[in-house]
Write a protein that binds this ligand. Structure first.
Ligand code: AMP
Length: 436
């Protein structure tokens, strides 16, 4: 069959006809176990702070995401949108903040509403290491509170999460983008400044300037560095109130020993941010792809989505990139998927069926060999599985109502003595051997 709108896949003996589409990946064991563990660490850290999980749908009416801002690449260039069979214009979510705020407006929960999420997002980006078209994020959002202490809590939770994974080289940059009026005055000043220095800007940045002068500050091109470096800073546009809010956030982070750098030119890819904005960069990764997470206040978003004016703040952390950062720092390795016991049955396989089921029911991870292979082949499979013990049942054991418990390479203990135990005692014996 030919792919719709694309070239016919070329089948060859070495290359399967179907493979993951560009920018998507299969996450296989043991990496998938790592992702699961990462998410449970996250859930535990934010759960302790009173956040409950929200699972929004993966697609929404396109309009929900359009509210993220007309000058946002994620919205204008990268959205996976389509008209469904009912004629609705739908988009796969490019991020989850808009969905969470839409859910807040739809369900009117009591405030403060503190939620966390995990799941995939979709952006039509140029795929490369650390940049995918389907990627996972974990994140939190809080609606209904305007208090700098909350900004501190939110940022500190992200920092604690990275710490819990064992990451030591994640740097936090912090800025305040001011309230909408201050931000607007700043954008006008930036526009004037860049227009006066057009010749010093790259053509790409000149294009960006037409759409959003703030994003010119994001340019990573060396040719733009001088003009961007000398650009006006938002700090001179703060009201006393904004300055005090920002100072409280900084003081709170210091009080909690969260290290940060104030970065006056930090703007973020999504246009809805107001006041507190922050980003985490993993220094162990290449600069182009080292943003592992970020967030900020989005006090206007609930109103943009049809709700009443409600302050909001949150962050999203890239799961894929966080794991790349862990690899780069050599921390948070894949958990072992090895079973405690591997059952080797040379009597036909039925006993293995009974014994593995009994072990598993007792909470002991157990696997087995299939297809009535030879003892040698089954023992090889037991070794490959990484199991701590082989549970061997042959005709002698079957007749005597026993099993042989043989320590394997996966067994951490020193004692390598093989035991013969009554079948009824197997679970207790194994428990003692595994957790002495
Ligand atoms: P954003 O939602 O754009 O604020 O991104 C938050 C975090 O999600 C970033 O810091 C990245 O770690 C991650 N992220 C964003 N886009 C991608 C992508 N295309 N592929 C992988 N991770 C991404």
């Amino acid at each position: 069959m030919q792919a719709i709108g694309g070239p016919a896949p070329v089948a060859s003996p070495d290359v399967p006809e179907f493979q993951t589409s560009p920018g998507t990946r299969d996450i296989l064991p043991p990496d998938s176990a790592r992702v699961r563990q990462l998410v449970s660490i996250f859930a535990e850290i934010v759960g302790r702070a009173g956040y409950g999980e929200i699972v929004p749908p993966m697609f929404e009416d396109l309009g929900v995401f359009q509210r993220l801002g007309e000058a946002t690449d994620v919205v204008t260039k990268e959205m996976y949108d389509f008209v469904d069979k009912g004629g609705r214009h739908i988009a796969l979510r490019p991020e989850q903040t808009a969905s969470v705020v839409r859910a807040f407006v739809q369900h009117s929960p009591l405030t403060p509403w503190k939620v966390w999420y995990y799941g995939p997002n979709f952006r039509y980006e140029k795929p490369q290491t650390g940049r995918y078209r389907q990627f996972d994020q974990v994140g939190i959002e809080v609606l209904g509170v305007d208090d700098p202490n909350l900004d501190v809590e939110v940022i500190a939770l992200a920092a604690r999460f990275y710490e819990a994974l064992g990451l030591r080289q994640v740097r936090l940059s912090l800025n305040s983008l001011g309230n909408p009026d201050e931000r607007a005055s700043y954008v006008t000043a930036l526009q004037r400044y860049f227009e006066a220095n057009l010749d010093a800007l790259t053509p790409e940045s000149r294009q960006t300037l037409l759409k959003n002068p703030l994003r010119v500050l994001d340019s990573k091109r060396a040719e733009d560095a001088d003009v961007v470096g000398a650009a006006p800073q938002i700090g001179s546009f703060y009201s006393d109130e904004t300055a005090a809010h920002f100072e409280s956030v900084c003081a709170g982070l210091r009080a909690l020993d969260v290290e940060f750098t104030v970065t006056a030119h930090l703007v973020r890819g999504l246009d809805y941010y107001r006041r507190t904005t922050f980003e985490f960069a993993a220094e162990a990764l290449d600069a182009a792809q080292n943003a592992v997470g970020g967030g900020g206040r989005y006090d206007g978003l609930a109103e943009d989505l049809g709700g009443s004016a409600t302050p909001g703040i949150g962050f999203a952390l890239g799961v894929d990139r966080t794991i790349l950062a862990c690899d780069a720092e050599g921390v948070f390795g894949a958990p072992s998927l090895a079973p405690s016991a591997f059952v080797v049955d040379t009597t036909g396989g039925h006993e293995a069926l009974l014994i593995t089921a009994a072990l598993q029911r007792a909470g002991l991870p157990a696997d087995r060999a299939y297809e009535n292979r030879s003892m040698k082949s089954q023992m090889k499979a037991a070794g490959r599985s990484g199991a701590a013990f082989a549970i061997i049942i042959g005709s002698d054991e079957l007749a005597a109502g026993t099993v042989t418990v043989r320590p394997l390479a996966g067994h951490a203990g020193e004692d390598r003595t093989q035991l013969v135990v009554e079948r009824g005692d197997l679970i207790d014996t194994l428990r003692k051997l595994i957790e002495p």
